[in-house]
Design a protein around this ligand. Structure first.
Ligand code: GLP
Length: 255
């Protein structure tokens, strides 16, 4: 399934559509979990991984019972003059998202999210990850503006670690459009360096709405902070799986 292409020196697997991309990604994750049952897994939210989560929870949720999950980000809200994580029962939140889309059927060994302690003490989550032995495998995606590993927006330094971020209007508008829910103004997110320290990465890009940013990411001669996802070119073990819609501009220009 899928065929291999090389664009600007990057090997990519091109899936026919979102379903095939999700099937390929789920197959890779299931194989990893079976080969290394105690692995640590860093995961995103959003619409990109939904198909992958659906397949693994239907096909073999038990394969993940010894896996430790780390999520990339969670929204923050202001309550009683204090900034806190969005309640875990809030439908816009990512703890709610993970429960609804994966953990209702799959009980992992443990699951963690970055918390508010990273506001005063940036990198607290990174220290915790490091104490568990680091991330063995990371499933990753990107936004329409090239943000990646959670909410590392354009301009984020490559050495960034887990911290509180202001989301800005563009990503909030996109997420409101995708979910139909108001998007908070802030989030706690891992940094670009946090994600890049994963031993292995699977990077998924799907849909026409990502064709332009994927083209710009691949075409960039070297990683640049304006397009955070370009940092993935520096990773020694990152596999790219895209679907034909996301590939469309690359195909057109054949770089
Ligand atoms: C979540 C992620 C964001 C991403 C958004 C949309 O909110 N934390 O980083 O921008 O989903 O992602 P997708 O394009 O996969 O739907």
């Amino acid at each position: 399934m899928g065929h291999q292409k090389i664009y600007n020196g990057i090997k990519v697997t091109v899936a026919a559509d979102y379903e095939e991309m999700s099937m390929l990604a789920a197959g890779i994750l299931l194989d990893k979990a079976c080969a290394q049952p105690g692995m640590t897994l860093l995961v995103p939210t959003g619409t990109t991984p939904l198909g992958t989560y659906k397949i693994i929870r239907e096909r073999n949720p038990d394969a993940f019972k010894s896996v430790t999950f780390f999520n990339m980000d969670e929204y923050c809200v202001d309550a009683d003059q204090e900034t806190t994580l969005i309640p875990d029962t809030h439908p816009a939140g990512y703890r709610y998202y993970m429960k609804k889309n994966l953990f209702d059927r799959l009980t992992p060994k443990a699951s963690y999210f970055p918390g508010m302690e990273n506001m005063k003490n940036p990198g607290h989550y990174d220290d915790f990850i490091r104490r568990t032995g680091g991330i063995d495998f990371c499933l990753n995606a990107m936004g329409e503006d090239g943000h990646t590993f959670g909410f590392n927006m354009p301009g984020t330094p490559f050495h960034s670690r887990t911290r509180l971020v202001d989301l800005g209007d563009r990503v909030r508008d996109v997420n409101r459009r995708l979910t139909g829910l108001a998007t908070p103004t802030h989030a706690v997110t891992i940094g670009l360096l946090t994600g890049m320290e994963s031993k292995e990465i699977l990077f998924l890009v799907s849909g026409k709405r990502k064709a332009d940013i994927l083209y710009r990411t691949v075409r960039a001669p070297r990683p640049e902070t304006d397009i955070p996802a370009t940092i993935l070119k520096n990773h020694a073990n990152c596999q790219w799986i895209i679907d034909r819609d996301a590939e469309s501009k690359l195909r057109e220009h054949d770089i």
